[in-house]
Every structure is written in structure tokens, then in C-alpha cells.
Design a protein around this ligand. Structure first.
Ligand code: ATP
Length: 411
């Protein structure tokens, strides 16, 4: 089957030209060159995907070097890993030397050695991701499909390549769920059976690798679908037994997208919603295991601290300056998460008021103005705060009001 026309239809002209040029260079060098992975799957499905992954049977650095010269592209090579990235104009492509992998023990990273396209495809996760398209000139566009990937695309099936797949690498459990839910496919029955048996093997995988898979799930357009499926299979509970992928979470994720549209929600907002029903101890254990980047961790800690203050937030006598004082200093994403999670309308409205209005209110007078008015250094911050509070509560509205207020206080 030749996919040259599909490549032309599915990719922008710049990338098609790149593939043709790369194929020409490969032919000259006598190297095999293949387009592999997700982009092949998506070309066959007619889904947009511009992430070009190329595999070369030969030395990546010298092949990519030759290609970079022809395209005036920037080349970043990692010879130790046999990989390289080319960047030109607004485009990029990843190139790797064909390899074979063996797993010394479950969950460990594989031992890697140079191989050919067959071994390179055999190390992959699912049949639909284990197809390649030849790029080397005479065979340009030919589909290589050793494991029945095309038939599985037609059947809408997620299938592993061999029975030990989930034992070798249990992160594939998360990947199976992610593709199944993204593409509206079904995990094929034997694969599902092995996936269920493999769930225990998630204990062999480091928290860092599990976090990476969770982050990929949360980058999906509808992450709640995969989280629901992961919960149903007992996979989410492996991250923490108290995590839930239920209707409550789905509703919050939908609202989070409405809140941040047209941008997708920040990763931290989704993580905060996923974890905000954990107790403080549970959240701490989860953070220790998954080791999110500092900004995400800080936001999750803020969520935990705001939760402790929620009673005050629903106190009817709370003034705008009281809301400000209570919420000032917390990360806006943490406040968004609490707002989305809250059942009590008054608390929700108050956080919204803080995020949309109160936190942007500034005094007209600056510290320098106050110094000129004779307020001594040690008191400037305090006076600015009380001015801002008076403004928040509507007691003063203009610069003149502020000047009068300061003068009255000084007397
Ligand atoms: P996406 O569409 O989500 O970007 P992708 O298919 O491009 O997915 P990547 O995570 O970029 O996926 O990985 C590229 C390819 O590498 C995959 O298509 C798959 O063939 C292979 N791969 C990635 N992770 C694994 C894994 N854990 N085990 C086996 N093969 C993997």
C-alpha cells in the first residue's frame, strides 16, 4: 500500500517537501529511512498531527547533519542516545537511529542497541503505533505494517504486540487507556486481560514516569474520559486509592475548560481538581510520590491551605477587604480550583469577585506620595494597606479621597 497521496493530503507542503528531501538524502547515503509512530497512525485516520518522528537505519548524526545542511536547519544531536532534532522556519522533526530494546527487569528502562526498522517497530506499544512509512526514494510512501496495525485501526482496536508488553513497561497501561479514550477505540479483549493482570506492575514504575503519563492524560482534550476509565479499571487507584474519576470530576473539568477558554486549563488546575478531595495527609503522600514541578506543588499546597479557611469565606459579615485579606497571596490557579470545587454558591461568588475585581484594585497614592506627605518609612506599608482596604470597601473612591483620608489619619 502506498501512502504518498495521503502524505500530500494530510501534511502541509513544507513538511511534505521535507520528507521527500530526507528520502533523497537517505537514498544517497544508502540508509533506510522511515516515518514512524503517531503521525503514521494519524495520517491513516485523517487526524491532524505535525509531530514528525523519523527512524534511520544508519548513523543519525551524519544523516541529520547532511539534511540540516540542505535545509539550512538547526541541528541538535544527542549522539549518546542516537537521536537528533532538526528545526527550520516554524517546523521541526525528530530523528532516531533504529534500535532494539530488551528489558532486564520489569519497570526498568530498557537496554538499547542499534537495530533495524523491524526491531524498532517491535519495541513499540500498540499495533496502531507500530507502523512505518518508507521514505527512501524508490520506495517512498510504502506502508510497513508487520503487526496488523491497519486492520486494528479499522476495527478500532488497541492491541499490544506481545504478551509481556505490560510487564516490560507498565506505563503502557496508561497509554492504552489514553489512546482508547482519545480515539474512541476499544482495548482488545486479550490486551485488556493482560492489562488488568499488569496493573500490579505499576508498582515497579517510578513516580516520575507515572507523573509523565498522568500529564499526558491531562493534555488530552477531554482528560476526564481517560480518568474515568482508569478509575473503572483500578488504575487510578494505583496513584492513590482515594482518587476518583467520577461525575463530580467530569463536571469540574468541563467547567474548568469553560473558565479558561479559549486556552485549555493549566495542568495545575486539572491536578488540583483531581486531588482536592484528598485529605491533607493523603495529598502529601501523593505529592511525595509524583513529585510535580515546584509551581504545581505550590498551587496544590495553596489549595490545601485555602480549604482550611473556607468557613470564614462563607461568613455573611465578611467585607470585600476581608475577602481580599483572606485570599491575598494565594496562587490564582489554586483559587480557580477551589472556586470550581465549591458547592456553596456564596463562597464561589466571593472567590470570583476576588479574582475578577478585588485583586486588581490599587490605591492612587504610591509609597513615594506618602513619603512626600510626611509618612515615615515604617508606616508606609500599613497606610497603603488601610487605604486599599478603604477603597475595597467603597469608603474612598478618588485620589482626593485618599489624600483626605491620609491627612485625617495623621491628625
Ligand atoms: P501522541 O499522539 O499522544 O503524541 P504518539 O503516538 O506520537 O502519541 P509519543 O509518546 O510521542 O506518542 O511516542 C512516539 C511513539 O513511540 C509512539 O507512537 C510509540 O510507537 C512509541 N512509544 C512511546 N512510548 C512507548 C512505550 N512506553 N512503549 C513502547 N512504545 C512507546
Amino acid at each position: 500500500m502506498n501512502l504518498a497521496d495521503k502524505i500530500k493530503e494530510g501534511l502541509p507542503a513544507e513538511l511534505v517537501n521535507f520528507l521527500v528531501t530526507a528520502g533523497g538524502v537517505a537514498e544517497t547515503c544508502g540508509d533506510g529511512l522511515y516515518l514512524v509512530g503517531g503521525v503514521v497512525r494519524d495520517l491513516l485516520l485523517g487526524r491532524q498531527n505535525l509531530d514528525l518522528d523519523l527512524v534511520v537505519e544508519g548513523d543519525t548524526k551524519s544523516f541529520a547533519g547532511g539534511l540540516a545542511g540542505l535545509l539550512s536547519a538547526k541541528l541538535v544531536a544527542h549522539p549518546r542516545f542516537g537521536t537528533a532534532r532538526l528545526r527550520w522556519d516554524d517546523w521541526s522533526a525528530d530523528i532516531a537511529t533504529a534500535r532494539s530494546e530488551t528489558y532486564a527487569r520489569p519497570g526498568a528502562l530498557p537496554a538499547v542497541k542499534p537495530g533495524n526498522i523491524q526491531t524498532d517497530l517491535f519495541r513499540r506499544d500498540f499495533t496502531i503505533n507500530a507502523m512505518a512509512i518508507e521514505l527512501s526514494a524508490p520506495r517512498y510512501g510504502e506502508l510497513i505494517d508487520r503487526f496488523g496495525g491497519l486492520a486494528d485501526l479499522e476495527r478500532k482496536s488497541i492491541r499490544i504486540l506481545h504478551e509481556r508488553s505490560f510487564i516490560d513497561d507498565a506505563t503502557r497501561i496508561w497509554r492504552a487507556i489514553r489512546y482508547e479514550q482519545r480515539l474512541d477505540f476499544k482495548i482488545e479483549p486479550r490486551t485488556l486481560e493482560l492489562l488488568k493482570q499488569g496493573i500490579l506492575m505499576l508498582d515497579t514504575v517510578s513516580g516520575d514516569r507515572v507523573r509523565h503519563e498522568l500529564e499526558l492524560v491531562l493534555k488530552e482534550p477531554l482528560p476526564e474520559k481517560a480518568l474515568r476509565r482508569a478509575a473503572e479499571l483500578g488504575v487510578l487507584a494505583k496513584i492513590h486509592p482515594s482518587l476518583k474519576g467520577d461525575n463530580w470530576l467530569t463536571e469540574r473539568f468541563v467547567r474548568a475548560r469553560q473558565l479558561t477558554a479559549p486556552e485549555p486549563p493549566a495542568l495545575a488546575l486539572y491536578v488540583a481538581l483531581l486531588t482536592c478531595r484528598l485529605t491533607a495527609d493523603e495529598a502529601e503522600r501523593l505529592l511525595g510520590y509524583l513529585r510535580f514541578p515546584n509551581t504545581v506543588t505550590r498551587i496544590l499546597e495553596d489549595v490545601a491551605n485555602i480549604k482550611v479557611e473556607l468557613d470564614i469565606l462563607t461568613d455573611r459579615s465578611l467585607t470585600p477587604s476581608g475577602i481580599y485579606t483572606l485570599l491575598d497571596g494565594y496562587h490564582p490557579t489554586a483559587l480557580q480550583a477551589i472556586m470550581l470545587a465549591m458547592e456553596v454558591p456564596l463562597a464561589r461568588e466571593r472567590i470570583e469577585e476576588y479574582l475578577d475585581k478585588l485583586r486588581h484594585i490599587r490605591t492612587a497614592l504610591t509609597g513615594a506620595d506618602l513619603a512626600r506627605m510626611g509618612i515615615t518609612g515604617g508606616h508606609i506599608k500599613e497606610v497603603l494597606n488601610s487605604l486599599r482596604n478603604a477603597r475595597l470597601d467603597g469608603k474612598i473612591k478618588s485620589r482626593e479621597d485618599e489624600v483626605r483620608w491620609v491627612e485625617e489619619k495623621r491628625e
